[in-house]
Ligand binder design. Structure first.
Ligand code: NAD
Length: 482
């Protein structure tokens, strides 16, 4: 494994400047596959958040950004995209090291997709009309779409660059200014966004980045000068954020947890099912909000389907996520590995048959926060194993009698984020998909499309990210009666 020098991020990016922390609170950031420290980052608190919010407010109201035209913003955003693109490979490597994400996935979600989002948002605002005029009873009304204001963006660690750009892209396009508070596990890659923004000539205060933990996140949510919170993370944190933000009527977008189901219909082609597992079930080692960790199988085909799952898991290569032959990396942290293992212990104690895996580390990976991919058979859909988000490589195979039962079970969780139906009959698959209460559903494959709106229903959140529709969540209507 190549050695990278320790990365030190002791400064925050506020108002276009690199600023020292008010305290000496430095947190280590680890390499998930080796458990070694990768670097340190200063952890901001209310003081840094306050400075960043003030800079964002000033850039919006006094700086050029607040008065910029869509064409001017698009030009800056394209330069920002170019700067990020030049850093793409090294950013992806850093994300892999911090989180354990395999390199192909890291390249697509940390290098390619964020750049594409920025460019597509730049294209979109050059074509979009932000103002219309319509007749009214007394004269006419100008209906204008204006930026929502200062955006507090708070992100999770599992796809750090993608989650950040899903907020920064539409926010900048709308003319908003941003304070980003990344997850502490991925503090290091967040500042690549600042370096690229600086190089691209984003005006000071338009994008501010303050690494920190929950303390900093809470300060951002409670700050009276923030107009919108765009959050990705757990449902528990989303509930807390929604309550606080609601008190001051801040706009919120909450992208939260999931517990999605793959329904394998009796006519499903199992080769198609096998081909879909990589993206639909074990993407990023199951550390994906849309992981379809419940596999609903018709009674008569249970053993065939379990064979497909077992052979898929047997073929996984675990190890250094930067090695291109590796197909599954470790969990992000020791604490998260313990959480995932606690669910494996729960499945064992509830007496579900373990087909593969368990709580031991994979033999070939004694170091690093690896978890053996685990399959449980005959899981009860009411068990916490089937109801709670595990966020790891733990698959529950749940038998069903009728299609109606399968749909009811798919819907019978507090979440509604993903889901997939496997069937030879696509029309019928679409019909089943329409009966799943969820923000996104796949038919014969599940993979996020960054060109279309993505988000959840029920406890999976409110609002949508990605696609042209994401811009709407950063705009506010103003009607001017003339
Ligand atoms: P988390 O909720 O613990 O933390 C997410 C972020 O919120 C971090 O930056 C954290 O510091 C901050 N935070 C936590 N509590 C806060 C509070 N009360 N106020 C303000 N900020 C707070 O989540 P995590 O463990 O980092 O990420 C995993 C979760 O994210 C999973 O539940 C996963 O499903 C979810 N997720 C959802 C999506 C989606 O698009 N729906 C995408 C990725 C991850």
């Amino acid at each position: 494994m190549p050695v990278i020098n320790s990365i030190e991020r002791e400064l925050f990016f506020i108002d276009g400047q690199w600023r020292k922390a008010s305290t000496s609170d430095l947190a280590p950031v680890f390499e998930a596959a080796t458990e070694r420290p990768l670097g340190v980052a200063a952890m901001g608190g209310p003081e840094e958040i306050d400075a960043a919010v003030h800079a964002a407010r000033a850039a919006l109201q006094k700086g050029p950004w607040g008065r910029s035209t869509p064409h001017e913003r698009a030009a800056v955003m394209r330069r920002f995209a170019d700067s990020l693109e030049r850093r793409g490979r090294s950013t992806a490597e850093l994300v892999s090291r911090q989180t354990g994400m395999i390199s192909s996935l890291s390249v697509s979600t940390s290098a390619t997709a964020p750049v594409a989002i920025l460019r597509s948002m730049a294209d979109l605002i050059e074509k979009r009309t932000f103002e219309t005029r319509r007749p009214s009873s007394m004269g006419s009304t100008i209906v204008r779409e204006e930026p929502v204001g200062v955006v507090g963006a708070i992100t999770a660690w599992n796809y750090p660059q993608l989650l950040a750009m899903a907020k920064i892209g539409p926010a900048l396009a709308a003319g908003c200014t941003v304070v980003l508070k990344p997850a502490p596990e991925t503090s290091l890659d967040a500042y690549v966004l600042a370096e690229a923004a600086e190089e691209a000539g984003l005006p000071p205060g338009v994008l501010n980045i303050v690494a920190g933990g929950v303390h900093a996140g809470k300060a951002l949510v409670a700050h009276p000068d923030v107009d919108k919170i765009a959050f990705t993370g757990s449902t528990a944190a989303g509930q807390a954020i929604g309550e606080v933000a609601g008190r001051s009527f801040k706009r919120v977008s909450l992208e939260l947890g999931g517990k999605s189901a793959a329904i394998v219909l009796p006519d499903a082609d199992l080769d198609v099912f096998a081909g879909g597992l990589k993206d639909a079930v074990l993407k990023n080692g199951g550390q994906t909000c849309t992981t379809n960790s419940r596999i609903l199988v018709p009674h008569g085909r249970s053993s065939e389907i379990i064979d497909v799952l077992a052979s898929y898991v047997d073929g996984l290569v675990m190890g250094d996520p930067l090695d291109e032959s590796v197909t599954m990396g470790p969990m992000v942290s020791e604490q998260h590995r313990e959480r995932v293992r606690s669910y494996i212990r729960l499945g064992q104690s509830e007496g579900f048959r373990t087909i593969r895996g368990g709580t031991d580390s994979p033999e070939q990976c004694p170091r690093g926060w690896f978890v053996s991919p685990t399959i449980f058979e005959g899981v009860d859909n009411r068990s916490p194993l089937a109801q709670e988000e595990i966020f790891g490589p733990v698959i529950s195979v749940i038998p069903y009698e009728t299609e109606e039962d399968a749909i009811n079970m798919a819907n019978d969780t507090p979440f509604g984020l993903g889901g997939v139906v496997f069937t030879e009959d696509t029309e019928h698959g679409l019909d089943v998909a329409s009966r799943i209460r969820s923000g996104t559903v796949g038919v014969n494959y599940y993979s996020l499309d960054t060109g279309s709106p993505f988000g959840g229903v029920k406890n999976s959140g409110v609002g949508r990210e990605f696609g042209p529709e994401s811009l709407d969540f950063y705009l506010e209507y103003k009607s001017i009666y003339v």
